[in-house]
Design a protein around this ligand. Structure first.
Ligand SMILES: Nc1nc2c(c(=O)[nH]1)N[C@@H](CN(C=O)c1ccc(C(=O)N[C@@H](CCC(=O)O)C(=O)O)cc1)CN2
Length: 289
């Protein structure tokens, strides 16, 4: 029997129609489950329904495996795209970074203090370990994978080999400054989050702060999005901005930008790991905490 203290997260989307909530809630009730949280959204534009339900088992002997097996029948009936997992399950995350380490350092700190529960399967960088001399990688394998135009395919093959061999579920580009090929982007589709250092759509590419400064913007920001083969075009998960002025130099913007990038990426990663982010075509539905 499942321990009532263990909470489970059901996240699903499907073509919208009457009876979805009734079918799901009745199934959970009949399995002795109690709904603890429920958020839902009807997307009129796409005609799709989205919901995230947190529940525990309070009556009967149902195990999560039995609940999963029983739910599959309903999922077929309603054409659900769904996930069901224990809230206690730590997802396996691979971190990638380049020269700038502020997002990597921030995620490692939040992980070590337990703010973001996850298993860090490794750190990959196209720069050597010395680049992060002041960071604590204790217990985390570090992979220095330099890359050039000629070695890109071979380097990406190593990234994918590490992703697969470590049973990684999510890659995080924590200011990893190499554009992933169409092939690798397809392989990690929906399983790779990038932090872009501007408020998209805005200044794309490797140097958005300098573009923003030259343009004289009064607001600057950062964007966390799923990675697709279209550079900086993936479904947006989270964004934030800060007001700046004519007194802010490009370097000031880079400094202020670090803080925005850190908090936006941490929020996006945390929500993804809690199954709060559901893909909706080229967009996302985010059931924030
Ligand atoms: N397939 C994708 N790959 C990556 C994305 C993405 O959206 N789709 N985002 C980037 C991150 N990024 C901006 O957020 C970015 C990084 C790097 C570049 C770029 O032009 N890089 C040059 C090399 C630069 C260098 O060596 O310093 C290049 O790759 O030729 C643009 C945008 C991560 N990958």
């Amino acid at each position: 029997m499942s321990d009532p203290a263990e909470h489970f997260i059901l996240a699903l989307s499907c073509p919208n129609r009457p009876g979805i909530v009734a079918a799901v809630s009745t199934f959970l009730f009949e399995k002795g489950c109690n709904i603890l949280e429920a958020q839902q959204y009807d997307d009129q534009e796409s005609g799709r329904f989205f919901t995230r339900i947190v529940f525990n088992v309070v009556q009967g002997q149902a195990t999560i495996e039995a609940i999963r097996a029983g739910f599959a029948a309903i999922a077929d009936t309603f054409s659900f795209t769904w996930t069901l997992r224990s809230k206690a399950e730590k997802r396996r995350v691979l971190l990638l970074a380049s020269k700038f380490d502020h997002c990597l350092a921030d995620l490692l700190y939040r992980w070590r203090i337990g703010e973001i529960p996850m298993e860090v399967t490794g750190i990959i960088s196209n720069h050597p370990r010395e680049t992060y001399a002041h960071l604590d990688f204790d217990g985390v394998p570090f992979h220095h994978l330099p890359v050039t135009k000629d070695s890109k395919m071979a380097q990406e093959a190593k990234i994918w080999e590490i992703f697969q061999s470590t049973n990684t579920e999510l890659a995080v580009l924590a200011r990893y400054m190499q554009v992933l090929s169409d092939d690798l982007s397809a392989k990690v589709s929906g399983k790779c989050i990038n932090i872009h250092h501007s408020f998209l759509p805005g200044f794309k590419g490797a140097k958005p702060y300098h573009q923003a400064h030259a343009r004289g913007v009064k607001l600057m920001g950062a964007t966390a999005h799923y990675v697709t083969s279209d550079l900086d075009e993936g479904p947006i998960i989270e964004q934030d901005v800060e007001r700046i002025s004519h007194q802010d130099s490009a370097d000031d913007m880079v400094r202020k930008g670090r803080d925005i990038e850190r908090r936006v990426l941490a929020r996006a990663l945390s929500w993804h790991l809690q199954d709060r982010v559901l893909l909706a075509g080229g967009r996302t539905v985010v059931f924030r905490d």
